[in-house]
Design a binder for this molecule. Structure first.
Ligand SMILES: Nc1ncnc2c1ncn2[C@@H]1O[C@H](COP(=O)(O)OP(=O)(O)OP(=O)(O)O)[C@@H](O)[C@H]1O
Length: 650
């Protein structure tokens, strides 16, 4: 598990941690404790076992620094010797707890949805049991003695650890880089080993150290109650039990094993603190993107992709209907509570075509894209058909090689625990059966192709050493490790600095021109789509309301599209004037309306608009222009910018 966390990163963190007082103290104290457990039995074993009936129940003296027990055995020697068994039992119980917790913790990520939920529910029930009662119950079930106590304490640790791991893995399983791995076809088990576990190592180790302290104390408690270690064996808990009866005669006989438990607990706590410090320091050095990190010329200079132009000549555009790479019919995405976010979307993307999907925040663009890749998050339910290159994508996923996804936030789309080159290489290993060396060479070549300077060295770095723009480039490079036929880019530039945005858009254009891949670009910015795409689909409240070639945007017929077009600032826009906005707000996914969803915000709405749902039908902007509106604007009508702007100002 820890092997995945990189060696050098972990070693560097450890070295840094050693230079802090806590780290240094933890290492020294841990070594001393380990040395005591190893050396005490051979050194003091005989003295600890030697019965002297002439010196029973003695107090502190020069011969017996902590006195003797009821058989005249030296208490100090016994406390020292007991360190081995105490630590052995405590650590064994912790290992059982960690192993069980890991298995149950990652099970929901590996098993199917139903079995995963059953495991989660079972863990939830077990967590609800009071821990101490659980230990006592199990100790009684397994019987009195060391083995029973180890099993009881180990098993009692499992539910809380499993719950922790389930929570941690659930949050990581929802991250973009795990979605990316899934879409690249990486198997569930491999995702757990390579993506989930490396990212939860630190909190799990920390929890493990705390659990070790807890099990030490639990052992002392069980042995003290007579349920743990049985004579002639002895651990600190048992010595405490024996010493307590004589606490008024010789307080040291009870204080010494009690103090030993506390000190060992402190050492474990110190080690945990050092681990947390080492982990914490690793996570604070994430640089933010700066425009200068990606030189403007990098894409042009370092790329081996042909210089592309995303704005292809419209005449070159393939026949969408006859040559559809993607054909989506009646796509719906619904969440519990009647929240339907995507309400019957139909769309096509031709091979090599660049299609933009625009709309306000919440219109369902991202869910449409996720549904294409069958990545809608649970409990969302997807219906409808998605045909990709002739096959039903939802029943026959063809992910990994044919489909590449670029996410919005480059900070979360790469696994922070893996080197960038390794993440790219994994795609070639999994899908192309490439050797490790071959996959690495391909990864370096792809990084260079997307304009990462000094790609060989950069491939060995981790995502936090990249700027935002470089991460997005690297992620696009990851999509190019195979030969994708379709790239779905969901707001790929939103999280980037404005100058880097331009470079990433150019890069997408070059990639497309170089590979012939089709592009589905999702954006709330019509200006971005107009720059990159051939065709635009306008989405409103979960439906496509207009579809038209980018070059005919000026002929948009839907009032919503016209308002969006009017909201794009141009060189002629007066900087002092207010930008046009659309008054009102879009409906929520749960809101039902019999007619047009835009009616409430539309100046041209009539009773028919509010009562009857308009469907997509041919519009006046020529071939490929369809609009869902009862009162579409004529092609030569005045744009709506002025009106939308004045309404917004009002
Ligand atoms: N996991 C979820 N559970 C419930 N509702 C969701 C979930 N994901 C999205 N939604 C809802 O579905 C609607 C559409 O979401 P989606 O992310 O597709 O919008 P979008 O058009 O991509 O917006 P943005 O540009 O802000 O990403 C939103 O109203 C959102 O609240």
């Amino acid at each position: 598990m820890a092997a995945n966390r990189s060696g050098t990163g972990a070693r560097a963190a450890l070295r840094r941690s050693l230079h802090t007082p806590i780290g240094l103290s933890a290492v020294i104290a841990g070594l001393l404790l380990a040395a005591l457990a190893v050396a005490a039995p051979p050194l003091f074993g005989d003295r600890a076992e030697a019965i002297d009936t002439g010196a029973t129940n003695q107090g502190v003296s020069g011969a017996h620094w902590l006195g003797t027990d009821s058989l005249g055995r030296d208490i100090m020697a016994r406390v020292l010797v007991a360190s081995r068994l105490t630590l052995q039992l405590g650590l064994t119980a912790t290992v059982i707890g960690l192993a069980g917790g890991l298995v149950l913790g990652v099970a929901p990520s590996v098993l199917g949805r139903r079995a995963g939920r059953a495991v989660t529910a079972a863990v939830g029930v077990l967590v609800a049991f009071p821990g101490l009662l659980f230990v006592l119950f199990l100790a009684t079930v397994f019987g009195v003695g060391s083995t029973g106590a180890v099993l009881a304490i180990g098993l009692a640790l499992i539910p809380s650890l499993a719950r922790l791991i389930q929570n941690l893995t659930a949050s990581i399983a929802g991250s973009d880089y795990v979605a990316a791995a899934r879409i690249l076809g990486v198997g569930r088990f491999r995702i757990v080993v390579r993506h989930l576990l490396p990212n939860i190592v630190e909190p799990v180790v920390l929890f493990g150290v705390q659990a070790a302290t807890g099990s030490l104390i639990a052992f002392a408690g069980l042995s003290f109650l007579g349920l743990g270690v049985q004579s002639p064996d002895y651990d600190w808990g048992r010595l405490l039990n024996e010493g307590l009866g004589r606490v008024y005669v010789n307080p040291a006989s009870a204080l010494a094993p009690g103090t030993a438990v506390v000190l060992a607990g402190l050492v474990f706590g110190l080690i945990g603190e050092a681990v947390a410090q080492a982990g914490g320091r690793r996570t604070v050095t994430v640089p933010t993107a700066t425009p200068t990190d990606v030189p403007a010329a990098a894409a042009e200079q370092d790329t081996d992709l042909p210089p592309g132009n995303a704005n292809k000549d419209p005449q070159d555009r393939p026949d969408v209907n006859g040559d559809a790479l993607v054909q989506v019919t009646d796509l719906r995405v619904a969440f519990p509570g009647g929240r339907t976010a995507v309400r019957g979307v139909g769309l096509t993307v031709a091979a090599g075509e660049a299609v933009g999907l625009v709309g306000e925040s919440g219109s369902g663009k991202s869910l449409t894209a996720l549904a294409l890749a069958d990545l809608v998050p649970y409990p969302g339910r997807t219906t409808g058909t998605v045909r990709f290159d002739g096959a039903d994508l939802r029943s026959n996923p063809r992910l990994g090689t044919d489909l590449a996804l670029v996410f919005q936030d480059p900070m979360t789309s790469l696994n922070p625990a893996l080197r960038v080159g390794r993440q790219l290489a994994e795609v070639a290993e999994v899908h192309l059966g490439a050797s490790r060396g071959g996959a690495r060479a391909r990864a370096v070549a792809r990084l260079a192709a997307v304009g990462i300077p000094d790609a060989g060295r950069r491939a060995r770095q981790r995502p936090h050493e990249y700027s935002g723009g470089m991460r997005q480039r690297a992620f696009i490079g990851m999509g190019l490790m195979a030969e994708p036929k379709l790239i779905i880019a969901d707001e790929p530039t939103t999280a980037l600095d404005v100058t880097v945005q331009k470079q990433v858009l150019d890069l997408l254009g070059q990639v497309r021109a170089g590979t012939g891949a089709a592009l589905l670009l999702i954006s709330h910015d019509l200006g971005v789509v107009a720059e990159v795409c051939d065709r635009v689909l306008v989405m409103y409240a979960g439906r496509i309301v207009e579809e038209l070639p980018v070059r005919r945007l000026a002929d948009a017929a839907h009032p919503y599209t016209r308002a969006l077009v009017g909201a794009i600032p141009t060189m002629a826009t007066d900087p002092a004037s207010e930008l046009a906005t659309i008054p009102g707000r879009p409906p929520e996914p749960g809101e039902e309306f019999p007619g047009c969803a835009f009616a409430a915000r539309c100046a041209s709405a009539t009773d028919r608009c509010r009562a009857e749902l308009p469907v997509l039908a041919a519009a006046g902007g020529g071939a490929g222009h369809r609009v869902a509106c009862w009162h579409p604007a004529e092609p030569d009508a005045e744009p709506e910018a002025a009106r939308a702007g004045s309404e917004a100002a009002a």
